[in-house]
Design a protein around this ligand. Sequence first.
Ligand code: MTE
Ligand code: MO
Length: 322
Amino acid sequence: MFIRKPSDIVSSEITSEEIYRQRRQFLRVGGALLGAAALPVWFSDDAAQAATPAASFGPSLGAIGKSKYSTGETQNSYEQITTYNNFYEFGIDKSDPAANAQTLRTRPWTVTLEGLVQKPRTLGIEDVLKLVPLEERIYRLRCVEGWSMVIPWVGFSLSALLKQVEPLGSAKYVEFVSQADPAQMPGVRSGVLDWPYTEGLRMDEAMHPLTLMAVGLYGRVLPNQNGAPIRLVVPWKYGFKSAKSIVRIRFVEREPRTAWVKAAPAEYGFYSNVNPAVDHPRWSQAKERRIGEFFKRATLPFNGYADQVAQLYSGMDLRRYF
Ligand SMILES: Nc1nc2c(c(=O)[nH]1)N[C@H]1C(S)=C(S)[C@@H](COP(=O)(O)O)O[C@H]1N2
Ligand SMILES: [Mo]
């Protein structure tokens, strides 16, 4: 697993000196403490990669502005971000999406905006990309399973897309629907979730400037395994709220029942704000392991975005609305 592979050359183009050194260091530390063979798959991106071919480094998205919302924390590598994924439409193992998602056709692609709006529309992905200038947003992503990454997304605030169709006052929530084509997505032929994958946000959450539609990462077109051609990113919520490969956005009056709420209502709630004080019924949420690091770190309320979003939930009992 320490052998230099061709894919390392690709990642070294974009992996900063610092990440590279850190990675070597954790491999040494981990090797000394555990013995290299004992490293579990979540610990070493090399292990995940050994099982799957690395993602090809996609086309550049051109000049991209920086965002004031970016974290300055060390970014995870392109390899880590593109080989350790949850995308159940392509299998349930972390290495499955990178191995299987090449069958997803991302062109032509349309996103339909419908429901309680003045002007329902179906937009081609090319038109969506031209709505507003793209920018880079470096966000933390905290998975409900207890791991996290720092990802340099490329995208734009969801609000820019939602405003296109002039939502009615009666629209209180937004529902997101992912692509679910059994011909392209082997996982959809299984019963692991009630397909299509659906998610939802309250209107004020959806319109919040931090809520991102991502179309790329590391300055490149989004790889299929990360939810190409367009996916949601809600950085203060657990990763599963960030629906991938979105084809439909519905404006509705009532709180939508999401795929994970349907699958396990005692474990996953509609809000799913990152909250170290409210444990998952089967494990603590107090700490997280940043992929590539050895020691766990404390999980922050709202994943560290409390200053920007905590007021959205003032007066709400976050134990009840988990
Ligand atoms: N359609 C769809 N979207 C999804 C998922 C999925 O299985 N299907 N997994 C979610 C989970 S659990 C996480 S943590 C993030 C992972 O995004 P990433 O692979 O880009 O890191 O995607 C989310 N979006
Ligand atoms: Mo997740």
